[in-house]
Write a protein that binds this ligand. Sequence first.
Ligand code: GRG
Length: 302
Amino acid sequence: KPHNNNQVPKFQFEEYMKTKATNVNKALDEAVPLQDPIKIHQAMRYSLLAGGKRVRPILCLASCELVGGDESLAVPIACAVEMIHTMSLIHDDLPCMDNDDLRRGKPTSHKVFGEETAVLAGDALLSLAFEHVAAKTIGVSPDRVVRAIAELGSAIGEGLVAGQIVDICSEGKEVNLSELEYIHVHKTAKLLEAAVVGGAIMGGGSGVEVERVRRYARYVGLLFQVVDDILDVTKTSSELGKTAGKDLASDKATYPKLMGLDKATAFAAELAAKAKEELHYFDAAKAAPLFHLANYIAHRQN
Ligand code: GRG
């Protein structure tokens, strides 16, 4: 493979992220029009368009393009993943769960719209996610669409919900490293996996390609959470929002708490390296976005 910088155009990662986020935001805006009943659509739009990093949908589009698919094939499922992620945040913030006042720098859904509407906005986003993939995916064979939908479903029931219930049940108890990993893999990594695998399925990836990106996604998903835990410790209190400050004060188990900051940092580096290793199977130029996304997740500051 050529190592000459003149032959291999440098990958413009920031530009890539901006373009992809813009495409995702436009598609999300169109997916949830402000229609009757206004209140529920206002609440859905409030949280969905509140300006998250869009890491999951971007991973999804990148994975689709890695296997040779056009971005448009994966836009509906990329939006669905962000809808599911957003609804999990709305429900996670509710008084009966984490009882948070702020999310993405803005008052949480139940603070603005009331608890009843926040619960319903979450439910509506969850069902819209599936409707959207089924109704809006164009140019992909039905068997692929069904396979991708199955990935989404399992990321929720066997992922987010399973992780959340184990997390809730472990409150006030000592959590060991394997229990912490279970919680993180289910609450965070499973949906990232569905995003990446769903993108590859919609893009026409072969069985081998889909399983390669699945392995990449598993490493990146855990990496995402280990880095989250590290940022909890390393960010100064002035940089932290009210919510994160609360987490720091609580005795919530984190990787730095259980293994120490140095080992947690080394573990994060190992996960990033393993994720990138999975990409060696693919053409380096085509894999550049997912390669840089792994680095971005490893080195992100928020
Ligand atoms: C899914 C049916 C269903 C119910 C929800 C509440 C719940 C069950 C699960 C909790 C899931 C949860 C809150 C996981 C944490 C995920 C996480 C790492 C969030 C932060 O993600 P970022 O950094 O946030 O990508 P932005 O705001 O950038 O999108």
